[in-house]
Write a protein that binds this ligand. Structure first.
Ligand code: GLU
Length: 432
């Protein structure tokens, strides 16, 4: 399914269409719009790595910096077999809007390497991480561009990358990367942050729609870090039930959906999941879970759908499989819903929490991590999560207020809030 979708949709086309729609509503100057439709800088480069079998393999790497008017560029690095320059462009663009919606003083960027990390040994992975930094280090840094984890990358990998950067820069520079391990400059709460942030926005949406979280059911796509903590949050913070999660099985090269008649136990499922988010099917079945094909997640009777896998999976075809019960679409992933899916949500009164708002908890906590790195003073987990909740709640309320004032959907409203803030920063800095 992943390959089929990657060919069908172009994420950067999606990002530009979303921007154009909001730019029109804002009557944005066409020249300024042209600046913001495109990333400011793009790097495409090769990384040679000596493999364990002695051969030399060359990997394709990317970094795209979209806009730094509000502060240093910020965004993750993905290790993914179907990465392209256009997906990285889209993801970098979304980061600019995400940081602006969350109202943190950072710009937008994204990086990637075309690779399936599950095929690499630990040593090969470390070499590849260090190789990426060896090429990019002069163009990144705490006041320039700050990478973080994303799909296929982990805190350990950020630790290696920060170490490589520090060696090259000649001084310990923890703020050059975020999402680092605790004890190596990482922040408490960073691992949970994106998933919990999703749940804080779902909680606010439920208040607005007058829904009872305790009577609510969610269906989640994916079981990486975002989905794992969003499902924990849905059960433990909101008191709701998780009908299913899905995952990508890297051995079978196929996706599966896991459901349980009494609701899923996220902590149990995490215990039987490997570092790449693949759930052990046999262990799940032994515990009474039903294992179905990957698309089944979207068909479940649920009030909230949380696509937390990859871009474009909720599209004109798959929306037709959705249950009529769905009221909230909470975009845990970046770009999970296409324009055709948006049309369906509009026609069917489904309240969308757009990705640039919904999953902003990760980068917001990355920002807190950098602040702590600069102070060399670290907060407790409670403190971090409280600050995160405050930021996410404020962001949700400002987008909702824009949506009600301008009578536009939540995606257009989030873009309008973000574009307005970025344009103001460019004007204040006298860029035009
Ligand atoms: N990769 C995450 C995202 O897409 C986090 C980025 C960051 O922390 O810089 O939002």
């Amino acid at each position: 399914m992943e390959k089929k979708v990657a060919r069908q949709i172009n994420a950067f086309d999606m990002a530009q269409e979303q921007f154009d729609s909001a730019a029109k509503l804002l009557n944005l100057d066409p020249g300024i719009a042209e600046v913001l439709r495109w990333p400011a800088q793009e790097y495409s480069f090769r990384i040679p790595v000596r493999m364990d079998d002695g051969s030399l393999r060359v990997f394709q790497g990317f970094r795209v910096q979209h806009n730094n008017a509000r502060g240093p560029n910020k965004g993750g690095i993905r290790f993914h077999p179907s990465e392209t320059m256009d997906t990285v462009r889209a993801l970098a663009t979304w980061m600019t809007w995400k940081c602006a919606v969350a109202d943190i003083p950072l710009g937008g960027s994204k990086g990637g390497i075309i690779v399936d990390p599950a095929t690499l040994s630990l040593r090969e992975k470390e070499e590849l991480c260090r190789g990426w930094v060896d090429v990019m280090w002069k163009n990144i840094g705490p006041r320039n561009d700050v990478p973080a984890p994303d799909i296929g990358t982990s805190p350990q990998m950020m630790g290696w990358m920060m170490d490589e950067y520090s060696k090259l820069a000649g001084e310990y520079t923890p703020g050059a990367f975020t999402g680092k391990p605790i004890g190596a400059g990482g922040s408490q709460g960073r691992t949970e942050a994106t998933g919990y942030g999703v749940i804080y926005t779902v909680r606010e949406a439920m208040k607005h729609l007058k829904m009872d979280p305790k009577k609510s059911v969610a269906a989640l796509e994916g079981f990486g870090k975002v989905s794992q903590h969003a499902s924990i949050g849905f059960v433990e913070l909101l008191g709701g039930k998780v009908a299913c999660i899905s995952c990508w099985d890297h051995d079978d090269k196929a996706a599966y959906t896991f459901s349980h008649k009494d609701g899923c136990d996220p902590r149990f499922l995490i215990n039987i999941t490997d570092q790449y988010g693949t759930v052990d099917k046999t262990a799940a079945e032994q515990a009474g879970y039903l294992v179905e094909d990957g698309e089944a997640w979207i068909t479940k009777e649920a009030d909230v759908l949380i696509p937390a896998a990859i871009e474009g999976h909720v599209n004109g075809d798959t929306v037709k499989l959705m249950s009529k019960r769905v009221k909230i679409m909470a975009e845990g992933a970046n770009g999970p819903c296409t324009a055709k899916a948006d049309e369906y949500f509009k026609a069917n009164g489904i309240f969308t929490i757009p990705d640039i708002l919904c999953n902003a908890g990760g980068v917001t906590t990355s920002y807190f991590e950098q602040v702590q790195n600069d102070m060399n003073f670290y907060w407790s987990k409670e403190e971090v999560l409280k600050k995160l909740d405050d930021k996410m709640t404020a962001a949700f309320q400002s987008v909702l207020a824009m949506s009600e004032k301008q009578n536009v959907n939540m995606r257009d409203a989030a873009y309008m809030v973000a574009i307005d803030r970025v344009v103001k920063a460019m004007e204040f800095r006298g860029w035009f």
